[in-house]
Design a protein around this ligand. Sequence first.
Ligand SMILES: Cc1cn([C@H]2C[C@H](O)[C@@H](COP(=O)(O)OP(=O)(O)OP(=O)(O)O)O2)c(=O)[nH]c1=O
Length: 201
Amino acid sequence: MKSTHDIVLASASPRRRELLERVGIPFRVVPSDIPEDERPGESPEEHVLRLSRDKAGEVAGRADIPGRWFIGSDTIVLRDGGILGKPADEAEAAAMLRSLSGREHRVLSGYAVHDRETGTTHADVVATRVRFKPLTAAEIAGYIATGEPMDKAGAYAIQGIGVFMVEAIEGSYTNVVGLPLCEVVATLERLGAVRLFENPT
Ligand SMILES: Cc1cn([C@H]2C[C@H](O)[C@@H](COP(=O)(O)OP(=O)(O)OP(=O)(O)O)O2)c(=O)[nH]c1=O
């Protein structure tokens, strides 16, 4: 595989790091320092795009961090048009899971690849539909007791124990975990940052 070894993942999320590691791309991790605030009048798509761009741009703007391509991403769960981010406490996690029980929701992940050399950023949003089975009070309480929901958008992890709730999924799986890998790798390839497979010579 050809690569410039110049890719930086601007994220503190172990899930994003694991996803990018899976395809064998060399990169470094530098968490960004962007507050995940919601702004009035901003659509969910605009929200994840802004945060993805800001995360990539903030790390790219640090003079002491070497690298050329900076990846930022943000994931939210959308239910009835409202944003579910990470639950603040167990009561909020329970309320989120109750509101997702027996229904379909969407998971949106924004991603941004900032090219420090050209100063340009490619950013996009990927949406995945997820349907949960109806949850009992015991399942919700038991799942929260595992501790898994607390740092996850929508209070669940499809890659973890939370998969027991997932009846159906339509669209990108990695997008739900936190990084739409197919799209991110295709973007890196298009920008010339990486080439997963060379043409045979
Ligand atoms: C829905 C869902 C979310 N999540 C996680 C992915 C993200 O880490 C988290 C959403 O929080 P984000 O704010 O997108 O990301 P983060 O704060 O963890 O990391 P950073 O901003 O530094 O990149 O929810 C799962 O791990 N599995 C799931 O099934």
